[in-house]
Design a protein around this ligand. Structure first.
Ligand SMILES: Cc1cc2nc3c(=O)[nH]c(=O)nc-3n(C[C@H](O)[C@H](O)[C@H](O)COP(=O)(O)OP(=O)(O)OC[C@H]3O[C@@H](n4cnc5c(N)ncnc54)[C@H](O)[C@@H]3O)c2cc1C
Length: 497
């Protein structure tokens, strides 16, 4: 059955039982959360034909305020989205995020966007979906991916209603319970959830002063207890859950009432919920991010507790790492090994995030041992280098991909700087490579159709010339044309004739 949103192009691609029908799309993405929408947009920058299948008929409506950290803000600036996000969010200082230990950010963080942006997740999702569709991605809502089969030419994707669609690649951005990951048979090792938390928005009957007094008393020893006024008598409520019998069942208002009574001695007269939700602290990482023509990104590839606010950031950064590589592969330009660098670069980054959330979770425990470690770390964070290391980790500006031997800058992301015609990140809006050149004798030559060249002898660079990938990471540093050509070929494929 076709969705009402199906376009003529899409109808032509439905195969109705014949697996080797024409490849209607280059890439099908399962899931239009932040990772899926960002990936769709990145692929469209390179004219890849993209279809996003989203099981929900409407975008999410419940408001969860999330934090966009420095590296994600930089990526948004690199794609021309930052101003729109800044209008809709609240800037906060970048410090105080590691295990919520209250320390200011160290001075002189190496970024033009050294702050945190607090913003509702639905706003980010809407903006990224609009960005993707404006660039030409098709999004079909109410379409759940139920299964798929891959062959040497492409992937046949089966929807829950039996419809079949063909594409060259499939990317599972379908969240923590990813159908794509499960059907792919990729292991998801790690730890199951030990502590579940109820979260929701609801009206409250008790007076504000009574609530404030209880919250201040309980939250001293219980870091998962919060009732925060949201306006018009509505409160955002966070309370530890009792054991969860069935994770597929959503929580009820009665679950909230029982837990509030158990912990606070009163349920504060909660009623008329706007939405109710639950999250756990399971920590898991997919063993592989790619099996043939099927890839995983975002929560489909990694899950961890929300402490430090890194999950959405990690998924969006996966998408920006993968998009240009998959596009180059589809165009037949990428060396075979390029697509595999998605796993080799991003898997260790996620493993590191999982580890830092494990550490933070321990530091949130109210047991005497972890509390003693917390006090010690709080003291150590007065040392600027310790504080800096932790902030750089949480905000993902510490990442250095392994591109082989070379100066420390190699493999790191380039910060936004002034260049002769404006800002560096503005030059990356179209997702192309960039040669930022102070030498005045280098050229992008036979790669100029995919790599821009900015000759600027006055650019504030600690190097004669840098080659930037579309994700802003430094792929080469030097001043020798032959060496540059080797690296242009490594990252951007064969030279044009
Ligand atoms: C309380 C809490 C606070 C958080 N705070 C932060 C924070 O401050 N900062 C941060 O970075 N992260 C935070 N996170 C994590 C963040 O919300 C997730 O990491 C993020 O939503 C992951 O994005 P995603 O696109 O990978 O997956 P999802 O957001 O889960 O999106 C997956 C999409 O796929 C769809 N889908 C599922 N199955 C199918 C299917 N079979 N077919 C088609 N579509 C399908 C779903 O409907 C959904 O739209 C928080 C999480 C929680 C629970």
């Amino acid at each position: 059955m076709q969705s009402p949103q199906a376009t003529p192009e899409l109808r032509a691609s439905a195969v109705g039982g014949t697996d080797r029908a024409p490849l209607g799309f280059d890439v099908i993405i399962a899931g239009c959360g932040p990772s899926g929408a960002m990936l769709a947009a990145e692929l469209r920058l390179h004219d890849v034909r993209v279809l996003v299948l989203e099981k929900e008929t409407e975008p999410v409506s419940f408001v969860r305020i999330v934090g966009l950290h420095i590296r994600s803000l930089e990526l948004m600036a690199m794609r021309g989205l930052l101003d729109r996000l800044l209008e809709r969010g609240r800037r906060r200082p970048a410090g105080g995020f590691f295990a919520a230990i209250d320390k200011p950010a160290p001075r002189g963080l190496d970024s033009a966007h050294a702050y945190l942006l607090g913003i509702p997740q639905p706003v980010i999702e809407r903006l990224l979906e609009e960005h993707a569709t404006r660039l030409g991605a098709q999004v079909r809502r109410g379409c759940a991916v139920a299964g798929f089969e891959q062959d040497d030419e492409g992937v046949t994707v089966e929807l829950a209603d039996g419809e079949r669609l063909r594409s060259r690649y499939l990317v599972g951005c379908d969240g923590a319970r990813s159908t794509v990951r499960k059907r792919l048979g990729v292991g998801f090792p790690g730890e199951p959830s030990r502590n579940d938390t109820l979260m929701g928005e609801m009206h409250v009957g008790a007076p504000q002063e009574e609530i404030a007094a209880k919250v201040s008393e309980i939250s001293r020893t219980n870091r998962r207890f919060r009732l925060q006024p949201f306006g018009e008598g509505v409160y955002s409520v966070l309370v530890p859950a009792a054991g969860v019998a069935d994770r597929t069942e959503p929580p009820t208002l009665e679950d909230f009432r029982q837990q509030l009574r158990a912990i606070a001695g009163t349920d504060f007269g909660v009623h008329s919920p706007r939405w109710l939700s639950r999250f756990g602290d399971a920590t898991r990482l997919a063993e592989r991010y790619r099996v043939g023509r099927v890839l995983l990104a975002g929560d489909a590839a990694h899950i961890h507790p929300p402490t430090g606010g890194q999950g959405l950031n990690l998924g969006v950064q996966d998408a920006v790492n993968l998009g240009w590589k998959l596009a180059a592969h589809i165009r037949g330009r990428a060396p075979e090994t390029l697509l595999d660098t998605y796993h080799s670069e991003r898997h260790p980054v996620a493993a590191d995030v999982l580890d830092n959330t494990r550490a933070q979770t321990e530091l949130h425990s109210t047991d005497p041992g972890p509390q003693a470690v917390r006090r010690l770390l709080t003291e150590l964070m007065d040392i600027d280098e310790v504080n800096r290391r932790l902030i750089e980790k949480i905000t993902a500006i510490d990442i250095r991909y392994d591109f082989g031997d070379g100066p420390d800058l190699l493999g790191r992301r380039m910060r936004d700087i002034d260049v002769k015609d404006g800002r560096l990140y503005t030059l990356l809006h179209h997702g192309r490579g960039l040669l930022l050149d102070r030498t005045e004798h280098l050229t992008t030559g036979a790669w100029s159709d995919r790599v821009d060249h900015v000759a600027d002898p006055t650019a504030a660079l600690d190097a004669p010339c840098v080659l930037l990938r579309p994700d802003g990471h430094i792929a080469w540093i030097g001043d020798n044309q032959q060496d540059l050509n080797t690296h242009l070929s490594r990252w951007f494929g064969h030279p044009s004739p």
